[in-house]
Design a protein around this ligand. Structure first.
Ligand code: NAD
Ligand code: TYD
Length: 336
């Protein structure tokens, strides 16, 4: 099996590549990534000499790059490549449309011509917008994105649907809840708060801190993605949830407690514009049709994540002292 993974130098993509190397050792994996601020080859250092893995630098929204990589021929494409941070999408929506919408369309278009057998589009629960308490979006729920990030992902999902309908392209979409685990870029709330708490820096909690998210350990998501890739039906959408719903305040208190840091580090700050109050997913379909259920309890996953960040301080120190600082300084000047 020859698989093209786009965005494989990012958080979920690098975990997925490692998951494939361990669980499908005969597959040939190509990682195609243009190494934005979020792409980091250090995430895959341990695989550099693996014969079944290669890295090609390229942009999914550049026709020459995409044409060149597809020339070698693939059975499957898994598209992780994206701009993925909501706060950044509030400053610069254009790059989200370029990468997430136009990039996905270009990839679909050229992949279609080479005759692949599956195209997996990695999407998000954010396309459904905010859910009321005790309401859960299923795969038929309306798309009501509220941030430019969510709108770009919803748009890409619709382009994927149209390639299935119009050209019979074997596209499958997954929509997962918030992931956490090793190698997550420290601008997303869990590693952001962990790395700041370790330095005794304040943790800026947006609004009243009662917005909630469902948290999936990244390895559970990788297992679900592989299940969908191997057994999912073209044209279908699969929600991937985890039943680990937490308010941001509870999440922060857990992180502080496990790190042995005081609650006084929490600072309530101005809310994020159009901040979705709650995401809730109904993921009965993937359980009923593909027999997948999450395995990792939040308390175990968060402990493993903390252990990883403690053991890999140099990895995140390199990031927070680099390019990332610029966004951080602009963000906290403008929003607060
Ligand atoms: P990430 O930001 O950590 O990684 C994105 C990767 O894509 C980076 O390696 C980056 O260099 C690469 N990339 C960006 N633009 C590119 C381009 N034009 N061409 C090639 N590569 C490009 O993101 P992540 O958290 O790993 O998310 C991966 C995917 O999963 C995204 O599509 C995201 O929307 C989706 N998703 C993420 C979550 C989550 O909680 N992190 C939840 C649901 C869905
Ligand atoms: P984030 O990790 O950015 O993921 P998403 O917005 O895609 O769900 O944020 C998770 C939650 O944490 C979200 O409700 C916003 C909140 N948050 C804060 O309160 N403070 C912060 O500094 C960040 C980055 C996020």
């Amino acid at each position: 099996m020859r698989v093209l993974i786009t965005g494989g130098a990012g958080f979920i993509g690098s975990n997925f590549i490692r998951y494939l190397i361990n669980n499908r050792p005969d597959w040939q994996i190509t990682n195609f990534d243009n190494l934005t601020y979020a792409g980091n080859l250090a995430n895959l250092d341990d695989l550099r000499d693996n014969d079944n893995y290669r890295f090609i630098k390229g942009d999914i929204s550049n026709i020459d790059d995409v044409r060149a990589v597809l020339e070698s021929g693939f059975d499957n494409v898994v598209n992780f490549a994206a701009e993925s941070h909501v706060d950044r999408s509030l400053y610069d929506p254009g790059i989200f449309i370029k990468t997430n919408v136009l990039g996905t369309q270009l990839l679909l278009d050229l992949a279609q011509k080479t005759g692949i057998s599956k195209f997996l589009q990695v999407s998000t629960d954010e396309v459904y917008g905010s859910q009321n308490v005790r309401e859960y979006a299923d795969e038929k729920s309306p798309l009501l994105p509220n941030s430019p990030y969510a709108a770009s992902k919803a748009s890409a999902d619709l382009v994927c649907r149209s390639y299935f309908k119009s050209f019979d392209m074997p596209v499958i979409i997954t929509r997962s809840c918030n992931n956490y685990g090793p190698f997550q870029f420290p601008e997303k709330v869990i590693p952001f708060f962990m790395t700041r708490a370790l330095k005794d820096e304040i943790l800026p909690l947006y609004g009243d801190g009662l917005n909630s998210r469902d948290w999936i350990y990244v390895e559970d998501n990788c297992e679900a993605l592989l299940r969908v890739l191997e057994s999912g039906d073209p044209g279908q959408i699969y929600n991937i949830g985890s039943n680990n719903e937490l308010t941001n305040l509870d999440l922060t208190q857990i992180i502080l407690k496990l790190l042995g840091k005081p609650s006084s580090l929490i600072k309530f700050v101005e809310d994020r514009p159009a901040h979705d109050r709650r995401y809730g997913l109904n993921f009965d379909k993937i359980e009923n049709k593909l027999g997948w259920l999450p395995k990792i309890r939040f308390i175990d996953g968060i402990q493993k994540t903390i252990d990883w960040y403690l053991a890999n301080k140099q990895w995140w120190e390199n990031i927070i002292s680099g390019e990332y600082r610029k966004f951080y300084e602009q963000h906290y000047r403008n929003l607060r």
